[in-house]
Design a protein around this ligand. Structure first.
Ligand code: GLU
Length: 486
């Protein structure tokens, strides 16, 4: 069987969008699952909007998501260059061939003329497309245009026929070439149009499957005609449905962050983004929802990609992110939250080995409460406070009838300990609860005052974590202080 070759072809005119990232992922999974090659190609034909910064940011985000490529920028390959801006000679060669075969022609119409005729056609109720004005110019007419100093574009002569896209996702989609005007292959400045560049690249890079967004479906009809005119096999196509916001409108800035870098900054994990984006259009056979990149590359199949639009739901993304955070070891999670703790001013830029161990304890205490990494700031705040600020509710709690008894029992238990780790803290709390039960103090009446005294709060991480992070002396000090309020 022919080696599968797919490509991801971003235009560096903006940051990596979540929809584009999903396209990259589906191509990557498709290649991985079939032992094929994944090519990265930079489509920078729009020189005025393409920037090196966007290109770098896209490449960085792809790597951050965990994607790699078999050919493309940084690693090159046998079918480069992998930048459209560097492939001009190749495009010219293919266009010359089309001109020679009379499958393309020069068009000398100016923008003004085109605009005028477009308006006239519209007024007559005729569909607006290029009217073929220059399709059969005589050499005399052409010479006159050249003498006038007119610039020309090169247009593709659209053959009259039906075009059927046998789409891997959407099924057969039919187009009638009557609706397509002779489109531009080469602009008046001599550069290749998007449509020409894409097809020539797919031909010369030996791409076997084109998986891209549904917004390119109409272009695909044009591309099929061009592949055929050039005399090359047409690759297989798969068009991914749009991603919509919860209001079913096309996803835009209005719905919140739309670029991968935004989510990265907000503290989402790459593994969670990969997982969530894949579920936007693909589902597993058994309904399983949490996957790693590695797992997805094994179970993904294009046959299970849905035709219907996907709805981007930030709540679901957050839930998945929380699940992925839970899957990390404390050693993996700690370095990821350090920047957030630093930004909040909780820790210094350099930490000693001992401090890192302590921060790891804090991280362990709050890990299950984190939805995004930046949540560490709120969740771990209590561990970095020197003084407890008792709120009204907490003061009320500490005035409870049995509080003195609870705190006294805790104080005695703490005093007997030396170093308190998580296990010891669990045993200690159990012992305290057991003793109080004898006096008929139980449940909330035990744990609320303890939490209020130690943290100045009524909710937070498990108490055994709190005690093990604070250690004996700090706990004793806080209990003593709270006893004065009880
Ligand atoms: N450069 C195009 C885009 O960013 C992709 C074209 C293609 O995949 O064929 O939309």
């Amino acid at each position: 069987m022919k080696n599968i070759r797919v490509r991801f072809a971003p235009s560096p005119t903006g940051h990596l969008h979540i929809g584009t990232a999903r396209t990259a992922l589906f191509n990557w999974f498709f290649a991985k699952s079939r032992n094929g090659d994944f090519i990265l190609r930079i489509e920078d034909t729009d020189r005025s909007r393409s920037t090196i910064e966007f290109e770098r940011s896209i490449i960085e985000d792809l790597k951050w998501l965990g994607l790699d490529w078999n050919e493309g920028p940084e690693i090159e390959g046998n079918y480069g260059p992998y930048y459209q801006s560097k492939r001009g000679d190749l495009y010219k060669k293919f266009v010359d061939e089309l001109l020679k075969k009379k499958l393309a022609y020069r068009c000398y119409c100016t923008e003004n003329e085109l605009e005028k005729r477009r308006k006239e056609a519209l007024a007559r109720g005729v569909m607006s497309k290029y009217d073929g004005h220059c399709i059969n110019l005589t050499s005399g007419e052409e010479e006159r245009f050249i003498t006038e100093g007119r610039k020309f574009t090169i247009r593709f002569k659209i053959p009259k026929r039906k075009i059927i896209v046998h789409d891997l996702i959407k099924g057969d989609v039919e187009f009638n070439s009557d609706t397509i005007g002779d489109f531009i292959l080469v602009r008046s400045d001599g550069t290749a149009s998007f449509n020409l560049a894409v097809v020539v690249d797919d031909v010369t890079m030996k791409v076997t499957h084109v998986i891209r967004g549904e917004d390119h479906l109409a272009n695909t009809a044009r591309h099929i005609l061009l592949f055929e005119a050039l005399g090359y096999p047409v690759p297989k196509f798969g068009h991914l449905s749009m991603i919509l916001g919860v209001d079913h409108a096309k996803l835009s800035k209005r719905h919140g962050a739309t670029s991968i870098s935004d989510y990265r900054e907000q503290g989402f994990l790459p593994s969670a983004i990969v997982n969530y984006l894949t579920l936007l259009g693909w589902s597993s056979e058994d309904g399983k929802e949490i996957f790693t990149l590695e797992e997805l590359s094994k179970v993904f199949s294009i046959e299970r990609v849905s035709k219907s639009p996907a709805i981007f739901d930030i709540g679901k993304l957050k839930w998945i992110n929380g699940q992925h955070i839970r899957e990390l070891t404390v050693e993996e999670l700690t370095p990821l939250v350090l920047p957030h703790l630093r930004e909040a001013g909780y820790i210094a830029s350099e930490l000693s080995g001992e401090e890192v161990v302590w921060v790891e304890k804090v991280v362990r205490a709050v890990q299950t409460n984190l939805v995004v990494l930046s949540d560490i700031t709120n969740n771990a705040k209590l561990f970095f406070e020197d003084k407890v600020g008792y709120s009204e509710d907490v003061l009320e709690e500490l005035k409870g009838e049995q509080v003195s008894m609870v705190l006294k029992t805790l104080e005695e238990a703490l005093a007997k300990e030396d170093k308190i780790d998580i296990e010891k803290a669990k045993v200690l709390l159990k012992g305290v609860a057991g003793r109080l039960k004898a006096g008929n103090i139980k449940g909330k009446a035990v744990y609320h005052p303890i939490r209020a005294a130690l943290t100045g709060r009524l909710s937070g991480p498990e108490l055994f974590y709190v005690i093990s992070v604070f250690g004996k002396e700090k706990c004793l000090k806080r209990v003593e202080e709270a006893m004065k309020l009880a």
